[in-house]
Write a protein that binds this ligand. Sequence first.
Ligand code: GAR
Length: 295
Amino acid sequence: MGPFPLGRPARMAVFASGRGTNLEALLEAFPQGHPLGEVVLVVSDNPGAFALERARRRGVEAQALPWRGRRAFEEEALGLLEERRVDLVLLAGFMRLLSPRFVEPWYGRLLNLHPSLLPDYPGLRVHERVLAAGERETGSTVHFVDQGVDTGPILLQGRVPVLPGDTPKTLEARVLRLEHRLYPKAVRLLLLGLAFPPPSDLEERLGEEAARAFQVLSPREKPLYLRAWALLRAWGREERVGPAFLGQGGEWGRAAFLAAHLLGGSDPALLEEVAELPPEVRVQVEGALRVESSP
Ligand code: GAR
């Protein structure tokens, strides 16, 4: 259902075009020797990007691949990823579009960070557009990259308020602070095997009715269900996934959804409900929550 968990520390590459504050957050979260994975390579299409300097300062390989067209960049980048035995590619402020030649072989192992609550506000000048539309809330999205622009399956989202008097600059700063926590958290979920893009053979796996129940969910709701699925699988209860999606998963189904909410950043008040679960179920939920919060 996806390559993760790998059973060994993952080797990660970050692609960044500019100042690289999100790269910095990733370098901090996944330093050399981290049991889940480490950033081993930073690539930029812009030789002057401060992101490259951030990597060098931490002793991580930094490679500038100056933009000489998409085809040339992608060929060089693909070669480099293979040479360095990279398992996961993280786009962090990477401002170029990648073609299917790159995206297809990396699908499921290629993430992007986008400063809006996708599917709203894809593309550029996001904060300006959010303000012009009078939104009262915005946020950021980590998603699997597919062949569209900011369209791939969502992995994790976080929200922040838009305050009266905000400018694109103040809003950007608030969203960035959120992103510095959100991106490492999304990567942890992926590496732990608690996130994956929707499988293409849903019906065979879940049965027709449960597959339909999943398919009609909004793009923002799907990651929660996929986390619940991953948890049931990790607990050896995969046969409960279909029933759980239909609200018939019993205590295990409830537990999986509670844990999925908590792992996604929902209100910790839900922990009080975890405490009321039958002991053998509760132990599993607590184990899942512990794993995510450990280093
Ligand atoms: C981040 O806000 C990220 O979401 C956005 O660029 C910023 C990079 O900041 N990405 C995009 O807009 C992708 N289309 P950083 O260089 O300080 O990490």
